[in-house]
Design a protein around this ligand. Structure first.
Ligand code: ATP
Ligand code: MG
Length: 435
């Protein structure tokens, strides 16, 4: 059983071997190598102590030397090299009380969470697979190394990781592992919001966000995201079309971001807006705050949740459409429009099939209209107005409230009639407001 190891990783391993130490690629990269997936980083495990590692390479960084991790720099790339270790007793289900180094690879592999993450490889020895990781990869199973209950007691975050890996890989969760996780859901109360957020985000961004429903069925979301349990308990009816809100929400999450080119950050915004779209803005904000999201992500998600069912009335005369679009862009903020269309598309294709075609057609027209307004460069914000505060003060307005009101009225007029967005015209209009 061979995997393709990058040259630099081999160089590090061979250097260590040449000096009488053991060294292997280990963990996620071995798993991904066997799956033919691109590993995002290559971790190396070795019998050498951190100081021995440092002595062998020209440039190293003390990344976590007390835990045995040294980053070896080759050209501009860094590789984490960690000494074989045993995690001491876990005091509080969060942190090992102490870390002990060992000369025994098996001890190091034993401390890892799942069989598929507990394999080591180098070209000399080949695959070291003590716990049946290869078999579980073939069978598409997430299984704890050793006794599942003990492993979740040591570190409750592994409960989240089980569902997250299952979502990323499309794997099932072995029965004993699943039951042990369900029994210990409460232990997740001890895990920091940041670590929960990381796992939840990876799960939502994965190809199988439906694992969120598995988490719900096993009592996990009740602890980390009770809002989702409320969705699963909600049945809705649209005419003849009945659906479960929890299941519908999963479909929206899965769809959101599948069309268009989004950055990782935007995808995260779309997925969380999809997850929370049925909540009020206030409730959505509470979830984002609780999960300790940054302000930018929180604000955008809350804005999307608040605006998700805003549509433009396309029934009136054609001339009115761009006016309505400009007002909508001004009201919601032009920076969120593309995300909003994608969220709305995700909802439409996940919902009632009887009205899907009609709603898709309306959204398509709306997007054409939006693109026309953007392409023309129509003014939709104070920034784009042909006059600024200084200009208005120059003709006699008082800074503060009056100035703000005048600029706002000018903008409203320009939203209705973009041809008014010229300096001379706006100044003469402003004069009428200054009495
Ligand atoms: P990815 O980086 O794609 O999220 P990964 O498997 O590389 O997946 P990391 O969190 O980078 O996961 O951890 C690297 C390795 O360290 C894992 O493969 C596993 O062997 C071990 N590991 C990480 N976190 C834990 C944990 N909480 N309990 C036990 N072992 C862990
Ligand atoms: Mg990793």
């Amino acid at each position: 059983m061979n995997i393709q190891v990058p040259e630099k990783v081999n160089t590090i391993i061979e250097t260590l071997l040449a000096h009488g130490f053991e060294a292997y690629a280990v963990g996620g990269c071995v798993r991904d190598g066997l799956l033919g997936r691109e590993a995002d980083d290559w971790d190396i495990t070795t019998s050498a102590s951190p100081y021995e590692v440092k002595a062998l390479f020209r440039r190293t960084i003390d990344t976590g030397i007390q835990h045995g991790t040294v980053t070896v720099m080759l050209d501009k790339e860094g590789f984490e090299v960690t000494t074989y270790r045993i995690d001491g007793e876990y005091e509080d289900g969060r942190h090992p009380k102490e870390v002990l180094f060992t000369k025994n690879l098996e001890e190091d592999l034993k401390r890892r969470d799942f069989t598929i993450n507990a394999m080591a490889y180098n070209e000399q020895t080949g695959m070291v697979d003590i716990f049946g990781g290869v078999q579980d990869l073939n069978d598409k199973i997430i299984r704890c190394v050793g006794v599942a209950g003990d492993r979740f007691d040591e570190d409750a975050l592994r409960i989240m990781r089980a569902f997250r890996f299952s979502a990323q890989l499309g794997f099932s969760i072995e029965e004993k592992t699943r039951i042990a996780a369900a029994e210990r859901a409460e232990n997740l109360k001890k895990i920091s919001a940041e670590r929960i957020r990381v796992e939840l985000t990876k799960l939502l961004l994965s190809p199988h966000p439906d694992r969120l429903l598995w988490m719900q069925q096993n009592g996990i979301t009740e602890i980390v995201l009770p809002e989702y349990d409320a969705m699963v308990a909600t049945f809705l009816q649209e005419g003849k079309y009945a659906f479960n809100l929890g299941v519908y929400t999963l479909k929206v999450i899965e769809q959101a971001g599948t069309e268009g080119n989004w950055s990782k950050k935007e995808l995260q915004m779309l997925k969380f807006a999809a997850l929370l779209h049925s909540l009020s803005g206030v409730a959505a904000k509470a979830v984002m705050r609780r999960l300790k999201f940054d302000n930018e992500t929180t604000d955008m998600v809350v804005r999307l949740v608040t605006a998700y069912d805003e549509y433009i009335d396309l029934s009136g005369s054609k001339e009115e459409h761009p006016v309505a679009m400009r007002h909508m862009m001004h009201r919601l903020g032009p920076d969120m429009m593309e995300l909003l269309w994608e969220l709305q598309r995700a909802q439409i294709v996940s919902g009632n099939p009887e009205i899907m075609e009609h709603k898709s057609a309306v959204l398509a027209k709306t997007r054409v209209l939006y693109r026309e307004v953007v392409a023309r460069g129509d003014c939709v914000s104070l920034k784009q107005l042909a006059v600024n505060g200084k200009d208005i003060i120059g003709i006699g307005a008082t800074p503060g409230r009056q100035l703000g009101d005048i600029l706002d009225q000018l903008l409203q007029q320009v939203l209705d009639k973009p041809e008014l967005n010229e300096r001379e015209i706006l100044l003469s209009l402003a004069k009428q407001h200054i009495v």
